[in-house]
Write a protein that binds this ligand. Structure first.
Ligand SMILES: [Fe+2]
Length: 530
């Protein structure tokens, strides 16, 4: 049963918000010669992702009632959907098309893995169903693996909490005209703030905490009604991975943060969240296996210029260190004296299979820039004075220091060219040196790390974190006071990262400014402030 606020919100969404940008976009699509008989079936827009030299995934999801309580978008049985790919924006030259069924078992989501296209060029795509036509999206094939590439622009996002504010940062990302967008986790948040935190809410979810397939589906559906997010997805293909809030705050592998919830019970919830992620995202086919695992780590090559290793830092993790303590399974800040478990070498962050996959990939990496896209800060953060009272947060890579050392050793030994880590999670901008030995800031720098801030989610205490910085020389820059994203221009000689900040998360048309700009030169790990 939906709560009363959910019903109210659905009505407001569909009937009341006539001035909202999403509705304006809906109107525009209808004006494009589309039959307006019945409700519009493409209110969630379109998206593309996981590009390859010969194609990409195109996505849509049919819905006439996006947050219907049963999670099925107000749809009934299977619906035939036509898809078209054109070499031009006006669809005069259609180069591929086909038909596919939108099935209720997949919440009427549609994933088409398009093949047979030409490398390194833009294409336009659209869907039609039930006599209506979707908005048009623009995708782009990657260059052939051996192609010389002069430039690549990516835009990097994480942490978009609907209740925390408007997605103007997504709109500004679309305006960057990126070749590729990266989503590094917390694309949705599973919880809703209760009445006691109502003052923090800029726009309510109007939905109960997501714990079921219907609940997770509706979280994604609500996000996709946002005009700025729709515009970003329609502008460029994306590479998306998850963090914790796609399922539950601070979960770890098969372990819930909620005390008393068994792995067997938590796996049911996790499987629902994973399925909803697949249905909502333009990713290549993956499915839950008998262990209720669903692999999403993958490599995407961009000519000779770059290769992306998209990592999953949640699904295969060992249990949080010392999580049977007073704080349940939730990440906590501990000393080694209180929590020797943190240093147990049998614990893994990526899981040993994904670790091996990554090291094999780094061993044969041939691109100029090797980019690890993942969910949590890698370079580490020591709280305290650096002595025996030094404390570490167990939910991040800091909770798995031996696993991190295996990765930094792999980087030092295998020497992929120009490793750069792009990270989410911390709702703040960071520029870091990833050190060979995370316990020794004077050890060699093996990779550069940029941490994007959040699209909307509130940042940690600036003064609190800054007080820890004197003991963290590997962190060259930190700022938690701004929301926004990273815009990164990659050329053979350098990577230039702009920290893009919006003026006010409460303003749906927030202004954009560049907080600062960093450059990494080819062959020289570590970023320099421009
Ligand atoms: Fe987050």
């Amino acid at each position: 049963m939906a709560s009363a606020p959910a019903r109210l919100h659905r009505r407001a969404l569909l009937g009341g918000l006539v001035a909202a940008p999403a509705v304006l976009q809906f109107g525009r699509a209808q004006a494009n010669g589309v039959q307006a008989k019945g409700a519009y079936v493409f209110p969630l827009g379109v998206a593309s992702g996981d590009p390859a030299p010969d194609g990409f995934v195109i996505w849509t999801r049919l819905a006439v009632d996006p947050v219907a309580p049963d999670g099925l978008g107000g749809m009934g049985g299977a619906v035939p959907v036509q898809w078209d790919i054109a070499a031009d924006e006006s669809f005069r030259n259609i180069v591929a098309s086909g038909r596919i069924a939108a099935e209720p078992a997949a919440a009427h989501s549609v994933h088409v893995e398009v093949e047979g296209l030409i490398p390194g060029r833009p294409y336009w795509y659209r869907f039609s169903a039930m006599g209506q036509q979707s908005p048009v999206g623009r995708a782009r094939t990657t260059p052939a693996p051996d192609a010389a590439v002069d430039a690549l622009r990516i835009a990097v996002a994480s942490c978009s909490n609907w209740e925390s504010g408007y997605f103007s940062a997504y709109g500004h990302m679309a305006d960057e005209a990126p070749d590729l967008t990266l989503f590094l986790g917390d694309y949705i948040y599973e919880y809703s703030r209760g009445p006691e935190r109502a003052a923090e809410v800029v726009r309510p979810y109007g939905l109960e905490e997501a714990t079921t397939l219907a609940g997770y589906r509706n979280r994604y559906a609500l996000h996709r009604t946002d005009a700025d997010l729709q515009r970003l997805h329609a502008a460029a293909p994306c590479l998306a991975v998850w963090d914790d809030h796609e399922i539950q705050d601070d979960y770890s592998g098969v372990w819930s943060k909620t005390p008393g919830v068994t792995p067997t019970d938590f796996l049911r919830r996790r499987a629902a969240g994973y399925q909803a992620f697949y249905e909502a995202m333009p990713i290549r086919r993956t499915r839950l296996d008998a262990r209720l695992q669903m692999p999403i780590h993958r490599r995407v090559r961009y000519g000779q210029l770059a290769e992306f290793f998209m990592l999953d830092g949640r699904q295969y993790r060992s249990k949080q260190a010392c999580s049977d303590g007073p704080n349940g399974g939730k990440g906590q800040i501990v000393t080694d004296a209180a929590c020797p478990d943190r240093l147990d070498p049998s614990r893994s962050f990526l899981g040993f299979e994904q670790e091996r996959w990554l090291y094999d990939g780094l061993a044969n990496a041939g691109a100029r820039w090797n980019i690890l896209g993942q969910d949590l800060v890698m370079a580490g953060l020591r709280f305290g004075d650096g002595g025996l009272n030094t404390r570490y947060w167990t939910d991040t890579w800091d909770g798995y220091p031996v696993a991190r050392d295996r990765l930094t050793q792999a980087l030092a030994t295998l020497k992929p060219r120009n490793p750069v880590v792009l990270s989410g999670d911390y709702h703040s901008f960071w520029t870091n040196d990833v050190k060979l030995d995370s316990s020794d800031p004077s050890s060699a720098t093996v990779a550069t790390e940029f941490v994007g801030t959040s699209i909307t989610s509130g940042g940690p205490s600036y003064d609190g974190l800054m007080s820890a910085m004197p003991n963290n020389p590997q962190i060259k820059f930190f700022d938690s006071r701004k929301r926004g994203y990273m815009a990164i221009d990659i050329t053979p000689g350098r990577m230039t990262t702009r920290y893009q900040a919006i003026s006010d998360v409460r303003d749906p048309r927030a202004a954009l400014s560049t907080l600062n700009t960093w450059v990494v030169e080819d062959g020289r790990p570590g970023a320099q402030l421009v």
